[in-house]
Design a protein around this ligand. Structure first.
Ligand SMILES: Nc1ncnc2c1ncn2[C@@H]1O[C@H](COP(=O)(O)OP(=O)(O)O)[C@@H](O)[C@H]1O
Ligand SMILES: [Mg+2]
Length: 284
C-alpha cells in the first residue's frame, strides 16, 4: 500500500514520502502546518486512495482522551431505572447497554483496516496527547465498567493534525512520524489552483497569484492568507466576474485588491496593507 497523491489533492514528493514512512513504521503521522494548508484534506485523500474508510475525531478545547475510547452514560441508565417496564429493568441490569463507543473503539473493532483522523490535537489541553499514548502504542485499552479488553483487530492508519498552537509532549512526539506541510511555493500553488479551477483564464490567474503572494509576503501581517483563502478569493473573483484590469495596477505598484476580505481577516492587517499602498502612491 502506497500513497501517491490523488486527482483532487496535490501532494509534494516529501509529503508522499512522509505518508508512506508512517505506513511502513506503523506509526501515527503527525502533520503540522499553517491553517488551510491541506492537513485535514490529506487524511481524507490518503484514506480514499488506500481504499480505507476514514473515522474522524475533531478535537475541541473540552475534548478528553477518554471520549475517544468510550463513555459511560449514567444519566440514561438512571432514567431507565426510574421507568417501571420489564424491558427497561432488563436493560438497566446490563451496564454494557450504557457504554457508548468512542471513535478509537470503532477503529479498533472495525472488520477492515481504517484510517483514523485526530484533527487539531493542539486544541485540547496539554494532558490529552499523553492520555492517548498507551492506546496508540499498544492498540488496546481496558473498559473498567465491563472488565473487557478492547484490542485492535487491525492497526488503523492514524493521522494527527496540529495547527501548532501548542507544543506537544516529547513522549508523544517520539511515537509519531512527523511532517511539516510547508506553505506551497508558486509552482505547487498553481497546481492546487488548477485542481480546483481547471478552466480559469491564464491572465486572471497570473494576476491573482501575483497579488496573493504580494499580500502574503507583506512583513508584519498578523495572519497570512493561506491556500484555502486564495481558493475562496478566486472563487469570488470568478463569481463576481471581476475584470483583469481590477487586479493589475497600471504603474506596477500595489493596489488594494477587490474583495480583499477573503484574504485579510483582521483590521490591523488591512490597515497595514492600505498604508503600504498609500505610501507607494505618494513616493512616486
Ligand atoms: N495540496 C492541496 N491540494 C488541493 N487542495 C488543497 C491542498 N491544500 C489545501 N487545499 C484546499 O484548501 C482547503 C483547506 O484545506 P484543509 O485540509 O481544511 O486545511 P487545514 O486542515 O490544514 O487547515 C481544502 O478544502 C482544499 O480545498
Ligand atoms: Mg483542518
Amino acid at each position: 500500500m502506497k500513497f501517491q497523491g490523488s486527482d483532487n489533492y496535490i501532494a509534494t514528493q516529501d509529503l508522499m514520502l512522509a505518508v508512506n514512512a508512517a505506513l511502513t513504521l506503523k506509526r501515527p503521522l503527525l502533520v503540522k502546518g499553517e491553517p488551510g494548508t491541506g492537513k485535514t484534506m490529506l487524511a481524507e485523500e490518503v484514506a480514499a486512495s488506500l481504499g480505507m474508510p476514514l473515522l474522524q475525531w475533531h478535537i475541541k478545547s473540552t475534548t478528553k482522551a477518554q471520549q475517544g475510547l468510550y463513555e459511560y452514560d449514567a444519566v440514561s441508565r438512571l432514567r431507565d431505572s426510574q421507568l417501571s417496564g420489564a424491558e427497561e429493568a432488563a436493560r438497566v441490569r446490563d451496564i454494557r447497554n450504557y457504554i457508548v463507543k468512542g471513535v478509537l473503539w470503532q477503529a479498533f473493532t472495525s472488520d477492515a483496516p481504517v484510517a483514523l483522523l485526530i484533527d487539531e490535537i493542539d486544541k485540547a489541553d496539554i494532558e490529552f496527547p499523553n492520555d492517548l499514548l498507551r492506546e496508540i502504542d499498544r492498540m488496546e485499552f481496558y473498559v473498567y465498567e465491563t472488565r473487557e479488553l478492547v484490542r485492535a483487530k487491525h492497526r488503523p492508519l492514524v493521522v494527527i493534525t496540529s495547527n501548532n498552537e501548542k507544543e506537544l509532549p516529547d513522549a508523544f512526539l517520539r511515537r509519531c512520524f512527523f511532517h511539516y506541510i510547508k506553505f506551497p511555493d508558486a509552482e505547487t500553488m498553481q497546481k492546487i489552483v488548477d485542481v480546483h479551477f481547471p478552466g480559469l483564464k491564464k491572465e486572471l490567474l497570473a494576476a491573482a497569484m501575483k497579488t496573493f503572494f504580494e499580500v502574503r509576503n507583506l512583513p508584519g501581517l498578523k495572519k497570512k492568507p493561506s491556500t484555502s483563502e486564495l481558493l475562496d478569493w478566486l472563487k469570488l473573483l470568478v463569481a463576481e466576474d471581476i475584470p483583469l484590469e481590477a487586479l493589475q495596477s497600471q504603474d506596477d505598484k500595489v493596489a488594494v485588491p477587490p474583495l480583499v476580505g477573503a484574504l485579510l481577516k483582521n483590521e490591523q492587517d488591512l490597515t497595514l496593507f492600505e498604508k503600504l499602498v498609500f505610501m507607494q502612491r505618494h513616493n512616486r
